[in-house]
Design a protein. Structure first.
Length: 457
């Protein structure tokens, strides 16, 4: 392509280090679509004849059909998807193919193709997140009143409902949706027509190509257009945060599936056995989601490091933008699908969860709250009295509500028999009906709102 300026062809090393076709062939659909939009505009503007534009467009259709049928050929000498397509086009339709690259550079071409690809990746993430949210609200609705221990420091803290716990992950997913949607709105501008870096002298119509490709309009600065990869970074940041949430959810399932917890039976379809220990059922899918989240954030860091020192405008370093985005997108799709399947098909062992909530003096705060409300004792003093009750129960190895009234009254005479009604785990969760609290009635409201937001009602 640059034969006129160079005396010798590229060395084997140059060819290898320069080639992006092994990975950027993934952009072929976007490359064809952007070229078709470009040549249609060139024809409409009279920059190439209508006849030539039609021949080029038809030729691009043939190249696309070949790619769809046989894959994209990988010839390092042709460097990338743009030159691979153009050279095949020339084989098919002859020298008129050379008119396609009028008023365009590979710099605005790759920026356009990659934006289109990332926009699709965002849409795929949004649809994966929607499936996860539907699974979460469905299971949360089933378990709005199922009691489990709530933890801080992974120590039993207060009883909560399983529905409430699952809806916490719904909230995280909802923020992920909003991050991806923001990224999509921000990136949806067309860089096509920025040409190499400075724009072009041809009378192009950037609004037309932007519209044809579904962009909201053209980008405003040609230098920025060819050297901006914020859209890919925005995507990777949203993907990293989403993967971080999936990793936390995966970790819950890993803990819950362990024998001492026994809160869940994971679906066989998302577990594996051990080649040596016949009793084992391992939460491999959840562990891999936890692992993959690290790789996705690694992809983000990789592209940030690629971009951080680049002056305007395009530098070849930017060719390295694609592998981390492709890798992260593939991993994220898998992670979303795995966690959606796990939420959908896990058996929650609610009797074990409830029994665990009975342990660990999870209703101690309810005793303290009762003392505040029924006996008008300041909370700090109530906290102290409750501590003494927990200590006594612990020394006897019994639950708080198994202590005889006389023993509780020996600690503080203001306690009476009504206290026992407040010490059950059911009473404890039902009491926490503040907005966003764990009470089944509140969880039911949040589930109803979420179902409405998801269009399920
Ligand atoms: N393969 C290149 C890339 O992915 C295309 C742009 C090449 N531009 C250039 N000026 N060499 O970045």
């Amino acid at each position: 392509m640059w034969g006129g300026r160079f005396a010798e062809g590229p060395s084997a090393i140059m060819r290898e280090i320069n080639a992006s076709i092994p990975f950027d062939k993934a952009l072929w659909r976007q490359d064809i679509a952007a070229s078709k939009a470009h040549v249609a505009m060139l024809g409409a503007q009279g920059i190439v004849s209508a006849e030539d534009a039609a021949a080029i467009s038809a030729g691009l259709g043939t190249v696309a059909a070949e790619y769809a049928a046989n894959g994209v050929p990988e010839d390092w000498a042709l460097e990338d998807i743009h030159m691979t397509t153009e050279s095949r086009l020339a084989e098919l339709i002859g020298p008129v193919a050379g008119r396609l690259h009028t008023a365009r550079s590979r710099n605005d071409q790759v920026a356009t193709d990659f934006r289109l690809w990332v926009r699709d990746a965002i849409d795929e993430a949004l649809s994966g997140l929607n499936a996860l949210q539907v699974a979460l609200v469905t299971r949360a609705g089933e378990h709005a009143a199922s009691i489990m221990p709530g933890f801080t420091h992974l120590q039993t803290a207060q009883p909560v409902t399983l529905g409430h716990h699952l809806m916490a992950y719904y909230e995280m997913a909802a923020r992920d949706v909003s991050r991806f949607a923001d990224a999509r709105a921000r990136m949806n501008r067309s860089p096509l027509g920025a040409a190499a870096l400075a724009g072009t002298g041809f009378p192009i119509d950037r609004n037309a190509t932007a519209k044809a490709l579904g962009f909201a309009g053209p980008t405003a600065n040609s230098l920025d257009s060819v050297s901006d990869r914020d859209f890919a970074l925005d995507y990777l940041m949203a993907a990293s945060q989403c993967a971080l949430h999936l990793s936390r959810l995966a970790e819950e399932f890993i803990i819950w599936a362990s024998q001492p917890f026994g809160f869940v039976r994971l679906p066989d379809s998302l577990s594996t056995g051990s080649s040596i220990m016949p009793q084992k059922k391992n939460p491999d899918a959840a562990e891999l989601v936890r692992g993959h989240s690290g790789r996705i954030t690694g992809c983000l860091v990789s592209l940030m490091m690629t971009m951080k020192g680049l002056p305007l405008a395009y530098s070849k370093d930017m060719q390295d933008d694609k592998p981390p985005v492709f890798e992260a997108a593939g991993l994220l799709t898998l992670c979303l699908a795995a966690m959606t399947g796990m939420v959908e098909a896990t058996t929650f062992r609610t009797e074990r969860m409830r029994a665990a909530a009975e342990l660990g003096y999870a209703t101690a705060t309810d005793l303290a709250d009762w003392l505040v409300r029924q006996a008008d004792i300041p909370f700090r003093e109530a906290h102290h009295i409750t501590g003494a009750a927990v200590k006594l129960a612990e020394s006897r190895g019994v639950a708080l509500d198994a202590l005889p009234l006389a023993d509780l009254q020996a600690i503080d005479a203001r306690i009476d028999e009504r206290v026992f009604a407040a010490l059950s785990v059911e009473a404890s969760v039902a009491a926490r009906a503040s907005h966003g609290g764990t009470a089944p009635i509140e969880v039911g409201k949040r589930v109803a709102e979420a179902r409405l937001a998801l269009g399920l009602e």
